[in-house]
Design a protein around this ligand. Structure first.
Ligand SMILES: C=CC1=C(C)c2cc3[nH]c(cc4nc(cc5[nH]c(cc1n2)c(C)c5CCC(=O)O)C(CCC(=O)O)=C4C)c(C)c3C=C
Ligand SMILES: [Fe+2]
Ligand SMILES: [Fe+2]
Length: 352
């Protein structure tokens, strides 16, 4: 347990020029992937460049990748992807929905803990783009957070997501004289509270539809198959989440299926692919389909556009009739129940 917050050092025997010292608080920094600052070519290019130059995301030969990234991807991708982002943009706040939702989650976490322990300070950051992790860690430290809980917002661990958040946070700590003590929240892919929250939210959303889906796809973001072969636990954690959800919902393997979406590049990715499954289901006579995204803590391009628009079109063009894209947990009651549970558990020993 740590002492009550204070903002100056012990006043006895203070030298006159002693700097102000802030201490006694505990920070919680939730971190999601990131989103472009705007949808124009140059903003998209800057975002994609930072993201796709991360060694944790793209694990190919650096010289070759430098050429492919700069000569091909950063010339061709920003335009069309910017238009996709524009179609889901939060125009009121002028930002991507991922940022709006992550801020809401941080604010609701802060409100929850305000009533429990005023030493806890909650903030949010993005791995790519703004607000950067280093800036928010420094801001927490300036408010007196000697201990910080870092929460990568991914229920399933992948080197391309959770590990790169830690890399960036520890890079920031490298520059600090007085480093805060950092704890990292583990993934929660099989946490009963998470499984129950996703299942309840799905049941509520399905009950509100004007049709009953014949098949439900649990669609996770994919990674190259080679990452699994090198030992990344992501595939197994997604498979376990899907198995637990299927059991909790009382559905069989024919009705409730696990798929992987958002392929990038030519390499083989984790299978079965969401888009191919959606097409095959419609072609085999399935007329009513629902897709949900238990691996995404917040709605974003990959859920709102790729599932809500692209996969809906694939389904309808192949003969499907009714398609539902189920929203993520976001900052709703079930979503906050999951985040509060993770944070409260991981703060044990630091606060009462
Ligand atoms: C090789 C490339 C990629 C890997 C590996 C990858 C893994 C991965 N990504 C997420 C979550 C998100 N990805 C998002 C967007 C996105 N992802 C990639 C590429 C890889 N992702 C790109 C290039 C993009 C940008 C859009 C595009 O150009 O296609 C997003 C959405 C962000 C938003 O602002 O809306 C999320 C979230 C996970 C969970 C993951 C591995 C487990
Ligand atoms: Fe991605
Ligand atoms: Fe596996």
């Amino acid at each position: 347990m740590i002492d009550a917050p204070a903002f100056s050092a012990d006043s006895t025997h203070l030298p006159k020029d002693h700097p102000k010292v802030a201490f006694g608080r505990v920070g919680v920094l939730i971190v999601n992937l990131g989103t472009p600052e705007a949808t124009d070519y140059w903003s998209m290019r800057a975002y994609l460049k930072e993201f796709l130059w991360d060694r944790r995301v793209i694990e190919v030969n650096r010289a070759l990748w430098w050429f492919v990234l700069n000569a091909i991807i950063l010339t061709k991708r920003p335009g069309p992807k910017g238009r996709d982002y524009a179609s889901i943009w939060n125009n009121e706040r002028n930002e991507g929905p991922l940022k709006t939702i992550t801020r809401d989650q941080a604010e609701k976490l802060a409100a929850h803990f305000a009533g429990i322990d005023d030493r806890i300070v909650v903030d949010f950051a993005m791995r790519y783009g703004k607000p950067p992790i280093a800036e928010r860690l420094a801001a927490l430290q300036a408010q007196g957070c000697e201990r910080i809980l870092l929460v990568p917002l991914y229920p399933q661990y992948a080197a391309a997501t959770s590990a790169t958040v830690c890399d960036k946070a520890f890079d920031a700590l490298k520059e600090m004289r007085w480093q805060p003590t950092l704890r990292v929240a583990p993934p929660w892919h099989d946490d009963p509270v998470y499984i129950d929250a996703v299942a309840r939210d799905l049941e509520r959303n399905l009950a509100a539809l004007d049709f009953e889906p014949e098949v439900i796809l649990a669609s996770f973001h994919g990674v190259p198959k080679s990452y699994l072969m090198k030992g990344d636990p992501y595939h197994c954690q997604c498979a376990k989440t899907a198995r637990l959800l299927r059991a909790r919902l009382g559905m069989d393997e024919k009705r409730f299926r696990l798929t992987f979406q958002s392929r990038f590049g030519r390499e083989e990715w984790l299978k079965p692919y969401t888009d191919e499954t959606v097409k095959a289901l419609a072609e085999s006579g399935v007329k009513r389909l629902a897709v949900f995204n238990p691996g995404f803590v917040a709605d974003c391009l990959e859920t709102l556009e790729e599932i809500g628009v692209e996969n809906r079109e694939i389904f309808e063009h192949a003969g499907g009739e009714k398609f539902a894209a189920i929203p993520c947990l976001n900052a709703g009651d079930e979503g906050m129940r999951v985040l509060v549970n993770v944070v409260e558990r991981e703060l044990k020993g630091w606060v009462g």
